[in-house]
Each structure stands twice: as structure tokens, then as C-alpha cells.
Design a protein around this ligand. Sequence first.
Ligand code: GP9
Ligand code: MN
Length: 616
Amino acid sequence: MRAGFHHSISLLYLSLILLWIKTYAVYKTGFMLKGDDWFQEIVLFLNPVSFLMLILGISLFFRGSLRTAYILTAHFLLTGLLLANLLFFRFFSDYLTIPLLFQTSNMNDLGSSMHELIEYTDFLYFTDWAVLVLAVWFRPHRFSSYPSGQRMRRLYFLSAMGLTFLLFALAEWERPELFTRAFDRNLLVKNIGTYHYHLYDVFLQSRVSAQKAMANSGELAEIQHYLKSKQSENNEMFAAAKGKNVILISMESAQSFVINRKVNGEEITPFLNRFLKESFYFENFYHQTGQGKTSDSEFIIENSLYPLGRGAVFFTHAQNEYRAAPEILKEHGYFTASLHANGKSFWNREVMYQSLGYDRFYHQEDYRIAPGDTINWGLNDKDFFHQSAVHLKELPRPFYAKLITLTNHFPFTLPEKVRTMDEYDSRSATLNRYIPTVRYMDEALEQFIKELKQEGLYDKSIIILYGDHYGISENHNAAMSQLMGKDITPFESIQLQRVPLIIHVPGKEGEVMSQVSGQIDVRPTILHLLGIESNEPGFGQDVFSKGNSRMTVLRDGSFITEETVYTKETCYDKKTGKVTLPASCEKEKERAGRELDYSDQIIYGDLLRFLDGDSN
Ligand code: GP9
Ligand code: MN
């Protein structure tokens, strides 16, 4: 071995360099990470090394073929981890977290989406590994076991640990509070690298587990004190719909840019465009969802709390105490139901709905679904609404019902025969398909409203339609900019997080409302319209209240006020989209961070269990 040392190469170092290059390539071509200056660019380039050194270095404790086997296995697994992140990122523009790995009951439905996301070329990520295996197999003598020996080993680990320390210090120096306020995963990965990010995620997970045990009622008192300052005054809409039924409709992946927009001279949503003329239409309403997507939107809307920064609260904290809209309305004589033609365990709904106070969940098994009736993920929206109208007819009155659509879901597939609008023409097949599936949902909604009229429910109910979250992720910015006719800057990306909120109140004229609002404001709005006085803890405000202190905080810490938009550490003027001085966002930035922290504290500490009975 020793004799051929000069001609042989160390398998460890070879694997290290290959993984390093591969990781950096994924940063650049997959995650699209870019340093703001050359210094950050260097940090980005160097940040995978120390972790890879540590993991591969464990091989130094083995000898001979065991060492080789360890290196090859680690190389394979690390590549798998990188690829898993890449696939996840392709759709969600986000990184994997531990709680997501436990959401296995969602996996079946995700299958069709995954199929869309995996490309054959992805297997090429394993090429270097395959070459290494073959090389070791056929030319074992070409590889040395360098570095070996006690001293070398010590030096190796000291450098790896020193590098890690240096990296973390640089990250904290570049981005003070990076670790304490880790709302923005993109920023984390950019600074400490994808592998260390996973380690940090493990740390967060262990901290979360301890949080509930340590929580006490004092924490809730402090939060309630803060929330008091947010409470809005009653206005002329208070009790405008007293005693009416509430029909909430979650419009899958509906973003506001489709409203009143034409493609090839045709309106995408002709029905909604008419319907909002006889309703209150909130044009500056934002989704605030995180990794829990639809389930997060349900959570925010019904609890007036923020979703979690990691994972889906429907999975991680389904057993908590909540004060959700269904539970509160039940106390006021309402019958509460959720209707969604997907499996009952998707997003852990059947468990979570009990905590939210639902009387009845109409799920897949409550719908007649012939094989030809499914589109994409499940029963098509038209049949779903038609059968739901029959269910609604049977509910005790007054009722609160939430209907969740499904057809307009990624990958937005729609059979030719039901398509009434051409696909869009851009380089994003996803955006192209999205346009006709949104139209399909629009038609389904039109038919449903007609049925509500026929059943005599239309005038007896407030109807609230909202978009659950984005449908077109940032990965399609080039095509989006073609559609919108402008560059998609970070400022525009935030504006694209607007989803429609349409509230139809019987007897009220239509109006376009431009105040800034978000999903978190829906629970107080419903209670307000029904004339229910409450001081339930929550971070939202009734959407009809004006006032200039309105602020909508997104889950990654971005926020929108009437004057400013803050995202990716930059403050913009809301009217012009121009970058402004950081100082103009400073105060709200602190407030936004505090709200997210408080909300997390409520969920992680299960603080609502400390509410005394007379809070409502
Ligand atoms: C699944 C449906 C879609 O039941 O709500 O979930 P999503 O993937 O959009 O979160
Ligand atoms: Mn959804």
C-alpha cells in the first residue's frame, strides 16, 4: 500500500471533493442560491466542506474494506439527502424539515405530484457514486487509506471542527440573530449550508419537544396583554349577518393574479369576476401558509394563529387546546361541518377536526366517486360541489360549513374533454396547465352558487371564498413575468402571495376593499359579521376595520403594511415597489417577529389550555 502511495488516491478525499462539487452545483442550479457579495459567495462555496469532512471522517475509525464500505454508503446517503431536498425544493421552494418526514399518511396522494417532479436526469446525481463503486471494485490498489494514524486523524478532525466553528461564527456575524429568528430557511441554508441546516433542524426539534412541559400560564398572560392592543373597534358591519349560515370555500391554489385577467382575450375567471361585483372583494389579502399548505390555511383561518415555521401544525399539534371558529360557533348554536372529497386522514384532518370543534366531517367515503369522476387528486370540483349541496341541505340550521376544492391542485392536469379554455403558452408547463384548471374551478363555483340559490340557502348565508396558498411557485418566475408583463422582483413575489378573499353578505352591495389583510383576519371577521363579541386570543383583526396600523405577516417573516413591503431583508415602498431605507421597516420588523414568536409559543406550549372558561 505505502509503496504505491504517490500514485494512489485517497477514497475519502475523492468522495469529499465530489460531494462538495455536487452540493455546490445543486446550490447554484437547484436552490438558485446567490451571495449578495463576493464574501457571501465564498461562504456559500465553502459551507458544505466541514460537515462532509466530519461525516466522511468517521470512516477513519474503521479499517480496510469496512472503511471503503462506510465511505461509499455515506456518499450514497448524502447524495440521496441532497436529491430529496432538490425535489422538495422544485415544488415548494423550501427545504425539508423533520416534522415533514413524519407526514407519511400524505404520501399516497403526493405520488402523482412526485412523478411530475422527478426527472430522469436526476439519476445522474448518482453517477459519481457509481463510478466510485466500480473503481473500487476493479482497481482497489489505486486507492490509499490516507489519512491514517493517530496524529493525522487528530489533525483531520481538528480542521473539520475548526471549519465548522468558523462557518457558524461568520454566519452569525453576517446575519446577527440568524439562529434565534430562523423564520427564513433560505437564509439559513445560504449561510450555514444544506447539511448543517439539517443538524440545526434536529436541534430545533428537540427544543420543541421540551417546550410544552416547561410552559406556564404566565406566558399566555403576557401574550394576551399584547393582543389587547390589536383589538379593533366594532364598525357598521358588526352583526350585519346575525344568525346566518356561514359557508366557507377554500379555493385550491387560487392566486389573485387570475382575477380580472385575460389570457388570449378570454377571462380566466368569468364567474368570479361577476360574483365579486356583488360581494366584498379584498384585493390586498395574503395567504400566510407555511409547509402545511392547505391545512395551514385552514388552521390560520379558523384559529387566527400563525402556522408553524416547520412542519404542519395539523400533524404536529393536533391534540392541543384551541379556540377555533367551529368550536366558538358551536357554543352559539351552530352546527359545524367540513366537506372535502379526499381521504379523511390526509393532513391528519380527522384528528385535528375534533380539536377544532367540528360536528361532522364529510370526506371521501361520503361522496359517490365513480372511476371516471376523478381528476388529478380526487373527485372533480363540479361533482364535489353538487354532492356537497345535497349534504348542506340536510344540515341543522344555522350551520357553519367549510368546503375544500381539489381539482386546481398541482400538477394541474385536466382531461381534454372538460377543458373550456386553452392552456397558456409559456416555458412553464405548470403555469400553462394552471390557467384552464382555474377556469374549471370557476365553473364549478358558478354551478354551486346556482345550486345554493335553488336550495334557498344563498340569501340565508354569508359566503366566504378564499385562496388557500400559491399555486405557482417562484420556480416559474420567468413564465410569470411573461404573463404579468413585468419583472418578478422579490417585491413582486410578495405581491404574488395575494389570494382572493370574497365575502358575500346577503343584502349588502358589492365593494372592492383595498386594506391589507391576511388569512389570520378571517376568524375575527366571521365573528364580527355574526355579531359575536369575543376576546378570543388571536393575531388577526376584522377585515372591515380600517385604521393604518394594519400589518400582514407572512410565515417567513416577510410583512406587508399599508406603506411598506418587507422581504428578504429589504424594505420596499408599497406604492412604487422601490427599495427604501431599512429604517422605514425597522419597527414593524420587530413587531412581526414578535407575533410569530408569540404564536409559536402558544402552539408549542399548548398555552390555550390555560385559558379560563370565561374568556369567550
Ligand atoms: C388535500 C388537499 C390539498 O386534501 O387539501 O392539499 P395541499 O397539497 O394543497 O396542501
Ligand atoms: Mn392546497
